[in-house]
Design a protein around this ligand. Structure first.
Ligand code: HEM
Ligand code: HEM
Length: 195
């Protein structure tokens, strides 16, 4: 298997980045809902699951940068033959997933009022302590962190996290399984074992 993509298959690096991100999404969801459903406020588990959520989320944000760079250095595997509207939908879906991988870590970070204990190894300062907050939010928009945080949190949690993100990912995974089991083409194989 090649490290780089070919016209037929995703290469080793693209696969690791893709499946690594998928696992991180699953973990980010598991820990945040574990916190919501199974922990009491201000207990050790409550805080640990929060910081794990922040850490998984930030890791996704770093990986997506590497992923975009790698994507642009590589050939794109050709989509399986199919009607034009299916290809359009596939491209739109992939771009939307990239948008999610950027906007979720960004909105999560900008709306969080605490430093991130990154896997309890080191601390990442909260957004409200950065120069970008001072210049953009405080000076330019004239908002306090509390005022700025409200719409950002609403976007991150209520609109995206609780609904749109997991629905799009489930839709994307169902499309891949539909190609594999119903159409019996190479869509999923390109991203798994290849040939
Ligand atoms: C792709 C990355 C991410 C995904 C998919 C994601 C998803 C979610 C979801 C599903 C929730 C719970 C929504 C609800 O209230 O029902 C949530 C809450 C939250 N997220 Fe994220 N998030 C991501 C990244 C981040 C990052 C990078 C940070 C901050 C550094 C962050 C900070 C938070 C905070 C503070 C909450 C509220 C926690 C709570 O109420 O228990 N998220 N996120
Ligand atoms: C069980 C979960 C998943 C399955 C089965 C799956 C399957 C696939 C397959 C088969 C492809 C290749 C499609 C093609 O080239 O025609 C693909 C591409 C892609 N997937 Fe997933 N995927 C999953 C989860 C995710 C997640 C969580 C994300 C990110 C939020 C994601 C983002 C992407 C993107 C952006 C592409 C386009 C290729 C690229 O530029 O890297 N996938 N996926």
């Amino acid at each position: 298997m090649n490290n780089k993509n070919t016209a037929d298959d995703y290469g080793r690096v693209a696969r690791w980045l893709h499946w690594g991100t998928a696992i991180l999404f699953l973990l980010a969801y598991m820990v945040v809902y574990y916190r919501h459903w199974f922990t009491e406020r201000q207990t050790a588990e409550n805080l640990i699951s929060l910081h794990l959520h922040l850490s998984f989320g930030i890791t996704i944000g770093v990986i997506v940068i590497l992923r975009i760079i790698w994507r642009n250095m590589n050939e794109r595997p050709i989509l399986e033959p199919g009607p034009g509207w299916q290809h359009l939908l596939a491209h739109l879906g992939h771009y939307t997933l990239y948008a999610i991988m950027i906007l979720m870590p960004l909105s999560g970070y900008m709306g969080t009022g605490t430093n991130t204990k990154y896997f309890y190894l080191f601390e990442i300062p909260k957004f409200s302590e950065t120069w970008l907050f001072d210049v953009f939010v405080w000076d330019y928009l004239g908002l306090t962190f509390e005022e700025f945080e409200k719409p950002i949190d609403f976007f991150h949690k209520e609109i995206m996290g609780a609904w749109l993100v997991w629905m799009l990912i489930v839709g994307h995974a169902c499309a891949a399984f539909y190609h594999h089991f119903k159409l019996k083409d190479r869509t999923l194989i390109k991203m798994t074992r290849g040939e």
